[in-house]
Write a protein that binds this ligand. Structure first.
Ligand code: SF4
Length: 317
């Protein structure tokens, strides 16, 4: 079973390319120097690809926040149609690239995912909107994880986005390698504790879906599973939920610990619960015992290793 490269779309200016309206860029060092070691970027600058040139007059969203127009600020030139035409063709070509995520530039009338200012025709900023290309992308690819570079400065959001990217890649592999009900159940089994860390309610619903696998045709089951899988992973994994998962895992080998080892382990989990240490601390000790006691079912849990440890994402949550 081979895995395709982890390929992510990105607003091109975030890579340092000088494609902004003023010939500038918005290079993001975490994306280029850190995450870039693990992914193959697919750069997209919707405005340049729509033929708007560099430099170009600055633009903004105007009108109905649900269906705004993309209009230049001074000359009031309307580029909405050019952008929509570009998006249609570009989304087709992106479809064949099997993206596992997309990082968008915050606040842009083309690329912003949320809270993009929409102006009235009189020039007053009103409700928040979504960039025209970003909206088209998320409508066409609702399961693909997306995030803005600004939000990736938050350690919890960063960890969550990258976790979703790796999970989605595994789901793509599952489908592309010829999913069967058995491989889907196996996939679900190794993701159980990760899902539980996000939402007990969703975890239970997915357990019911997989438990009733025989009731569904394979295609329908895979579709439903993929939707629920990616939705569950967007739910916030809190400290309390992680503590719950850690305690579940400890339950598998607790009886094999000495009284002192058990007390130490529970102390380490309690320190994490109180905010004195990051998740990596109790997790490292738990993983140590899973290895020592060779707890097979636990050893395979993606929860223990959801993304490359070199990214150190759990050192900050
Ligand atoms: S925000 Fe989007 S449209 Fe604007 S320069 Fe960056 S990639 Fe191009």
């Amino acid at each position: 079973m081979t895995s395709a490269p982890l390929r992510l779309g990105i607003s091109r200016c975030l890579l340092g390319d000088e494609v902004r309206f003023d010939r500038g860029h918005k290079r993001d060092q975490f994306l280029t120097d850190v995450l870039g070691r693990y992914v193959e970027w697919v750069p997209v600058c919707p405005e340049v690809e729509a033929g708007l040139g560099i430099p170009r007059e600055a633009m903004r969203l105007v009108g109905n926040p649900q269906h705004p127009r993309l209009v230049t600020i001074t000359s009031k030139h309307d580029h909405t149609e050019a952008m929509e035409t570009m998006a249609e063709g570009r989304l087709d070509s992106l479809n064949s690239l099997d993206l596992s995520g997309f990082v968008f530039k915050r606040g842009s009338p083309s690329c912003g995912l949320e809270r993009v200012r929409v102006y009235t025709v009189q020039g007053m900023p009103s409700q928040s909107g979504v960039g025209i290309f970003a909206k088209a992308f998320t409508e066409q690819f609702p399961l693909i994880p997306v995030e803005e570079e600004g939000r990736l400065c938050d350690p919890a959001l960063r960890e969550n986005f990258i976790e979703r990217v790796f999970c989605y890649r595994r789901f793509q592999d599952l489908v592309q390698n010829g999913v069967t009900k058995q491989t889907l159940i196996r996939f679900h089994t190794i993701h159980k504790y990760l899902l539980l860390a996000h939402s007990q309610q969703h975890y239970e619903a997915m357990g019911r879906l997989v438990g009733q696998a025989e009731r569904y045709r394979l295609k329908e089951l895979t579709l439903k599973y993929g939707e629920q899988f990616m939705t569950t992973l967007t739910m916030k994994a809190t400290v309390r939920k992680h503590v719950n998962v850690l305690q579940h895992i400890v339950g598998y080998f607790k009886s094999r610990l000495t009284t002192q080892e058990k007390a130490e382990l529970l102390d380490v989990i309690a320190d994490y619960h109180r905010g004195l240490t990051p998740l990596i601390v109790p997790l490292t000790l738990v993983k140590h015992y899973v290895q020592i006691f060779d707890v097979g079912y636990m050893r395979d849990q993606v929860y223990l290793n959801p993304h490359p440890k070199e990214l150190m994402l759990r050192n900050h949550v």
